[in-house]
Ligand binder design. Structure first.
Ligand code: ATR
Length: 290
């Protein structure tokens, strides 16, 4: 093997220690903060950068990844569906969700697509609410966009017996129910309050509650006292939904951990270490200027 003529750090197998996140826009991405924290913690001399790719250039940029000097990338909005389509191989999770967020370039130049959003969602619940039992009862999921697909897949894999899926546009809830099968029941948006009755797990996957958006209006009066409420929105960390849940004495888990945990499989695959999600990481991501 010839010695490397570049200054790029490499693994023992001579893979470059460079990764990044492809998106459009990508300036807001918090992923570089997560990776910078883990590089410092593990001592791995890697790099992770933002890669701004407009939709019209994505196909070419993605297929050019082998030989680019990158060992992998995260893919974010609006490229997650295209990444799955363009990859050579995909994990069962990516295929079931219909989108990819974590891409590995194999030594034979094949592009492997995975989706770790559902994994991040479940890991966040397990960490934030260790007593959570997915099998305890049906889940209520609000929203039927891209994030809902990962959440529904993860809940079904975790053993949730049934999912009530309420979305403003009912047709999208029906499309997801048809995709995921009979354990998912589409509901009208106006039926969401009643659907909290008997729900063991309640998840907001809409953009409601995010800074600048109206709050999610959801009455929790019928929710069982043992229900776990979680939000994939993490800005603000304490959404009105989570605050209302805590005020009623219900367990509530914020959405930041989903973002942090979904990054772990990429770090493992590209850099060979298994970093932890710690309070220090949470602080670094919340406070960090990118
Ligand atoms: P993501 O990929 O983050 O899930 P998305 O695909 O744009 O983003 O989905 C956003 C979700 O928030 C959708 O379920 C959307 O409902 P529609 O399918 O009816 O658009 C939901 N959403 C956004 N604004 C909403 C609002 N004001 N009221 C109710 N639901 C809303």
């Amino acid at each position: 093997m010839s010695p490397s003529h570049t200054t790029t750090a490499r693994t023992a197998e001579d893979r470059p220690l460079r990764a990044g996140v492809m998106g459009w826009p990508v300036a807001h991405s918090k992923s570089p903060l997560i990776f910078a924290h883990w590089f410092a913690e593990t001592g791995i001399a890697g790099s992770y950068s933002r890669i701004a790719v407009p939709p019209e250039d994505f196909g070419q940029a993605f297929r050019a990844l082998p030989g680019s000097g990158l060992c992998g990338v995260n893919v974010t909005i609006p490229h997650k569906l295209a990444a799955l389509d363009l990859a050579d191989e995909a994990s069962p999770a990516a295929r079931a969700i219909g989108a990819a967020n974590t891409i590995r370039i194999d030594p034979d130049s094949r592009i492997f697509a995975d989706n770790t959003d559902g994994y991040g969602f479940i890991e966040n619940l397990r960490e934030g609410a260790p007593a959570w039992d997915p099998g305890a009862g049906p889940a209520l999921v609000l929203g039927a966009g891209g994030a809902a697909r990962a959440v529904i897949h993860a809940l079904l894999e975790a053993g949730v017996p049934a999912i009530r899926l309420a979305n403003r546009s009912r047709d999208k809830a029906e499309t997801l129910a048809a995709h995921f099968g009979p354990r998912v029941e589409p509901l009208d948006w106006v039926a969401r309050d009643g659907a909290t009755g008997g729900a063991a797990t309640i998840v907001n996957t809409t953009s409601l509650g995010m800074t600048g958006n109206p709050p999610l209006a959801l009455a929790l009066d019928d929710a069982p006292p043992t229900a776990l409420i979680t939000d994939i929105v993490y800005a603000p960390l304490e959404t009105p939904l989570l605050a209302a849940a805590r005020a009623r004495g219900l367990a509530a888990v914020d959405g930041l951990g989903m973002l942090l945990h979904q990054a772990r499989p990429g770090f493992r695959a590209w850099f060979g270490a298994d970093p932890a999600v710690t309070p220090a990481l949470r602080r670094a991501v919340l406070e960090g200027a990118a």
